[in-house]
Design a protein around this ligand. Structure first.
Ligand code: SF4
Ligand code: SF4
Length: 306
């Protein structure tokens, strides 16, 4: 069944890394990819989830008393949730005094979201910023996204969509009519590796990057730079050659050095980080330098971070 209304798992204000200026970034839950290094693991499943942070837990036991399904128990590792018994009703989180237990994901109506976005218009206008829709994968909800983009456009708010482009071209083409800038992820060029590390083939993504480039849409490319995954010379050259061959070049390529901040989030979700046990690490200074050179040599605008 197609889900039309996303759960939103975060709304980030004063964001300076999701497009030009100061932005408000809306995070949609649900993603067709399962990247091993994903920084937002709470954005993978489209459903609501419960998160638990033991360091915030004061051990009061209110959550256990509240649960009607006997899903919670006190252990030496804090409060444990039985996945079999928990129906994700959220009642335990309502009574948690320290926010150690929280729900991730809330449905917002379009009107509610617009109200949140409009609260930021002063800052957005003064910084030439805007709104960015990301996730997860916002293209999973084309109708909701389209309506939000159109309404922001009517308010003269700059609109960016942060996406994997793992979607049908029909969807992308329609969304492009109401998008000022796409932030497109590029991960690994080798299809077998892409499948292994993200769960899906990259063919559709590469095809869509080519189409988007030929379509006249403004876009930039974001590449996570991960030793052990994609920071080898061969992949960097293949990525740079591909981007340099596009009919219209990306405005900039952001190389984003890997870090493992998602570990803590996985712990709070009760899920496993890097389930594939792939050796991933931050790129060395030499690797970063090599990567910058490879893209720059092909006439591409490239920066570290962003
Ligand atoms: S979300 Fe509901 S079912 Fe799950 S542990 Fe909390 S109160 Fe119990
Ligand atoms: S209600 Fe919150 S603080 Fe109290 S035991 Fe449960 S998770 Fe910990």
């Amino acid at each position: 069944m197609k889900i039309q209304t996303p759960y939103i798992f975060d709304i980030k204000r004063y964001s300076i890394n999701d497009g030009p200026g100061i932005r408000i970034t809306i995070f949609f839950k649900g993603c067709p990819l399962h990247c091993l290094w994903c920084h937002n693991p709470e954005g993978i499943t489209p459903e609501r989830e419960k998160m638990y942070a033991i360091n915030k837990c004061i051990g009061c036991g209110y959550c256990i008393d509240k649960c009607e399904n006997e899903a919670l128990s006190k252990t030496k590792d804090g409060i444990l949730t039985s996945k079999e018994n928990c129906i994700i009703c959220g009642k335990c989180t309502d009574v948690c005094p320290s926010k150690a237990m929280e729900m991730s994901g809330r449905r917002w109506t379009k009107a509610e979201l617009m109200k949140e976005i409009k609260k930021e218009t002063l800052l957005i206008d003064s910084s030439e910023g805007g709104v960015t829709f990301c996730g997860g994968e916002p293209l999973l909800y084309p109708e909701f996204l389209f309506d939000m983009l159109r309404e922001c456009g009517e308010e003269d708010i700059h609109r960016a969509v942060d996406t994997t482009l793992f979607a049908s071209w029909d969807v992308i083409e329609k969304i492009a009519t109401e998008t000022d800038l796409f932030l497109v992820d590029l991960k690994v060029m080798d299809d077998a590796k892409h499948k292994k590390y993200t769960g899906v083939s990259n063919r559709l993504i590469l095809e869509n990057i080519k189409k988007l480039s030929g379509h006249g849409s403004r876009f930039l490319i974001r590449i996570p730079l991960i030793e052990g995954i994609n920071a080898d010379k061969e992949n960097l050259i293949e990525s740079a050659d591909f981007l340099a061959s596009l009919p219209c070049k990306p405005e900039v390529i952001n190389l984003l050095p890997y870090h493992d901040i998602a570990k803590g989030k996985h712990k709070r979700l009760g899920s496993e980080y890097n389930s594939g046990r792939v050796a991933m690490s931050e790129p060395s200074e030499d690797t970063k330098k090599m990567a910058l050179e490879i893209f720059a040599e092909r006439g591409l605008e490239v920066v570290l971070g962003g």
